[in-house]
Structures are given as C-alpha cells and as structure tokens.
Ligand binder design. Structure first.
Ligand code: PNW
Length: 452
C-alpha cells in the first residue's frame, strides 16, 4: 500500500482577502504597517488584495479545476475575534464557515493556519509578541476558531513561520509591526512558540480522540551550506542554521532550545524568556511539521558587528534567481528533508509552501506563459519526491500560491501565483504553471492509485 500524499495550494488571509473593515473586522498590524509611509513598496495595502472575501466561491471553483486534494489558508484573527479579546465575531466567522462548506462540497480538504501574521493591532498596542500575555490571547483565539470550525476541519496549523514574524517583524523592521529591537525579537520567538504549545493543547483537549486530527506548525527552513571547511565558516554556518532552523526545531521536537544559540543570546543581552513548564508546553507531540521552502544559502564567516552578534555573508552561486533574487536550488530541498528526517524523526513532513516569483508578462487574454515557474515547480516537486523515495516521511506538497497576491513589503510587485490576478478587473487566469501543476497532480495521483 502506498502512503497517503496530499497535493494542495496555499494562501493567507491578509494576502488575498481584502474587505479589511467589513463584518466587524478590526485592524491588524499589517493594516497599520501598510499605512506607514515607505513601509511597503508602492504604498500598496491589503485593503482590497484579491477581493477573495467577495469572490471566494469562484476561487474554490478554480481549485477544483486544478484537481487539488487540499487547500491551506489562514484565518484573520481580527475577523474571528476583533481586537484579540472577548467572544468570537459571528459575522467574521461566517465567512470561514462558508469557505469550509464550499471546500467540502468541492471535495477539497480545508487546512487551517491560525496565524499568518495578521495580529490584531490592539494586541500589538498591548505589547505584541514580545509580551507573554499574547501567547495566552492566542490560545483563547484558537479555542474560538476550533469551536466554530472543528466539527468540519481536522487539519490545524498554529503558526506560519515564527522566524518571519519575530525576525522580520521585531528585529529587522521589514514586516509589521516594523520594530527593530533584538531583545524584543527574541522574546517574540519564545512567545510565538509558547502560543503554539498553548493552542495545540486547547485543540487537542477540545478534539478528544477524533482520529482525523492533525495539529502542527509551519516553519520556514533553509538549508545552510558552509562556504569552506574552515573552522570559521563551519561555525558561521552552525550559527546561521541555529538561528534559522534549530532555534525552532529543537524546542518543538526535542523539548529544549539549542544550548549554543540560547547561551549566545543570553550573553548578548537578548535572552529567551523561558519560564518553568514552557518547554513542556512547546514540546507537545506535533502530528505535522510544515516546511516552507524557497531557497538555500552558502554561508561564509564575517567579522562580528559592533553589537557583538556573530555575522555571516552569503556566497553567491552561479545559478538562476527568481524575482525575489532568491537562488533556485532544488537539490537543497532534498538535502534539507533528509536532514530533517535524520535529526528530527517523528512528525509527518509536509511542504506547506514552495513556489517562485517571476517577472510575468500576460497577453491580452491575461494568460502568462511562465515556463520559468513551471520549471521551478517541476524541479522542486522532483526534489521533494526524491527525498520521499529515500525514506523521508513526506506526506504532502502545497504550491505557493494559488494566485498572485499581496507579497508583504513588496506589495503587488512580486507575483507568486500559478493563477494570474489582474488587479484592475480581479480577473483570474490560470498560468501555464497552473496547467502543469494540475497535470502533474493528476499524473502522480494516477500513479499512486495503480501502485497501491
Ligand atoms: C513566506 N525571507 O514568507 C510566507 O509564508 C508567505 O506569506 C509569502 O508570500 C511567501 O513566503 C513568499 O515570500 C517569507 O525573507 C518571507 O526569508 C520572507 C522570507 C521567507 C519567507
């Protein structure tokens, strides 16, 4: 018998929904950030985005045409629980009710992410993720969401990419809320992970013994390759891998922060604010570990900066780059998955995001002949399946993204969709890559049926 393997597409609430002030939704940190001059390219905002809030049935129909098994989307916390406190908002929840029902009617499994970065602004005003209380607020929100949708949804991801939320949001200031404070950022990492643990517990307690429940978290993991065998480059790579990968994987799957990284952070005056019992909460069983994979990095040591933080530089490789300037390195995806299975065995692994931005040009009909994106998907799916063939417990693959959408600090200037969105008319047109993906999914499913 062949093991289950799910094929899907992914999106997130703020990137596609629009309708930011409808049906009781309150502002999130991304609404605020977008209103900050210079924060987002072109002054773009998610106020309309793909207008998915009003076009949801059409978008589900698109997915059905693609033939995918599963759709990964996120709930907007300020829609479900305005201001991040108190009771759920029935008008906001009703949208996700309809979405879930529409998906189920189309034969598509709904896969919910609770947090894809749209923190209620009111909670940021109360301290945001650097404040411990936010983790408890997140658990309350998870309870509301599970009560509303848990009767029909068994796939729950707590957080999307805590690295991005903490580092880009609180350390580098490139994402909402735009803070530049390393000490706050390290606290944010711990409280995001604590929020994951608390919410996991809430969901498991509510779900009881249902056997289709899969709870997990999604991390953006990147394979790090030392520029040379020199002790300095090896140490730099270990630090980079520690800050990007082990700092999340170790507490989640081994119940402790990596000693080298936690020790260095404390020495730098930016400790992880761990209290008794936190690591037990964070280290609950995860059924599913989602991996968002885009690129890899060759790491070289650099002289430490004035602030004493270890520094690294990237060695450029002579490979294709996407419109994000990210190097295209599919083989590193195989290596990453093999390393995960070796060092952190246990969870089912899913590629919860993989895809690429390219400088698309559409013809008059809106069609994009994106051979580059087709190649990106093909080589990365091949790389993922190669790892699976070597024994990695990989159980699914999601393309990022179903459609072009609001690409955070880049606004609408970067397109990751396999479906083109014309932002003037909101017309959706499947690109060549969508056709490829649909054919590949059909072929893989046919192959696994006949082999079972
Ligand atoms: C992910 N980085 O973000 C997100 O989950 C998506 O919402 C996003 O659209 C997608 O990848 C493409 O960017 C990332 O700087 C943003 O390393 C930045 C980084 C990684 C992931």
């Amino acid at each position: 018998m062949t093991q289950k393997f799910l094929w899907g597409v992914a999106t997130s609430s703020y990137q596609i929904e629009g309708a930011v002030a409808e049906d009781g939704r309150t502002p999130s940190i991304w609404d605020t950030f977008c209103a900050t001059p210079g924060a987002v390219s072109g002054g773009d905002t998610g106020a309309v985005a793909c207008d998915h809030y009003h076009r949801m049935p059409q978008d589900v129909a698109l997915m059905k045409e693609l033939g995918v098994d599963v759709y990964r989307f996120s709930l907007a916390w300020p829609r479900v629980q305005p201001d991040g406190k108190g009771a759920g908002n029935p008008a906001g929840i009703a949208f996700y009710d309809r979405l879930v029902d529409e998906l189920l009617a189309a034969g598509i499994l709904p896969w919910i992410t609770l947090y894809h970065w749209d923190l209620p602004q009111a909670l940021e005003d109360a301290g945001g993720w650097p404040a411990r209380d936010t983790a408890y607020r997140f658990a309350d929100y998870a309870a509301i969401a599970y009560d509303a949708l848990g009767d029909r949804v068994g796939q729950w991801t707590t957080m999307n990419e805590p690295w991005c939320a903490a580092m880009l949001g609180y350390v580098y200031g490139e994402h909402a809320p735009g803070r530049k404070d390393a000490r706050a950022g390290m606290a944010a990492i711990h409280h995001l992970l604590l929020g994951h643990g608390l919410a996991t517990k809430v969901i498991r307690d509510k779900a009881g013994h249902r056997d289709d429940l899969e709870v997990g978290i999604t991390l953006n993991l990147s394979h790090k390759i030392p520029a040379s065998d020199s002790p300095a480059d090896l140490a730099a790579t270990r630090w980079d891998d520690g800050m990007s990968n082990r700092l999340y994987l170790d507490p989640l799957l081994r119940g402790q922060y990596p000693a080298d990284i936690a020790g260095k952070l404390a020495e730098l005056g930016c400790p992880l604010p761990v209290l008794d019992g936190d690591l037990e909460l964070i280290n609950q069983p995860v059924d599913v570990l989602g991996v968002n994979y885009y690129t890899s990095r060759v790491v070289r040591a650099a002289p430490a900066g004035d602030n004493g933080w270890p520094a690294t530089t990237t060695v450029d490789r002579d490979v294709e780059r996407t419109a994000m300037d990210w190097e295209v390195t599919p083989e590193a995806l195989t290596d990453l998955l093999l390393r995960l299975e070796r060092d952190y065995p246990g969870p089912a692994w899913y590629i919860t995001e993989n895809g690429a931005a390219y400088p698309d040009t559409a013809d008059e009909s809106g069609y994009v002949d994106d051979t580059d994106r087709e190649r990106y998907l093909r080589t990365h799916i091949d790389a993922a399946l190669a790892a699976r063939a070597k024994g990695v417990n990989l159980q699914g693959y999601f393309a990022w993204s179903l459609m072009d959408n609001f690409e955070w600090a880049y606004g609408y200037d970067r397109r990751f969709g396999i479906v083109r969105v014309d932002y003037d008319t909101q017309k959706r047109t499947p690109k060549r890559s969508a056709r490829y993906f649909a054919e590949r999914v059909a072929a893989e499913k046919g192959a696994s049926c006949s082999a079972s």
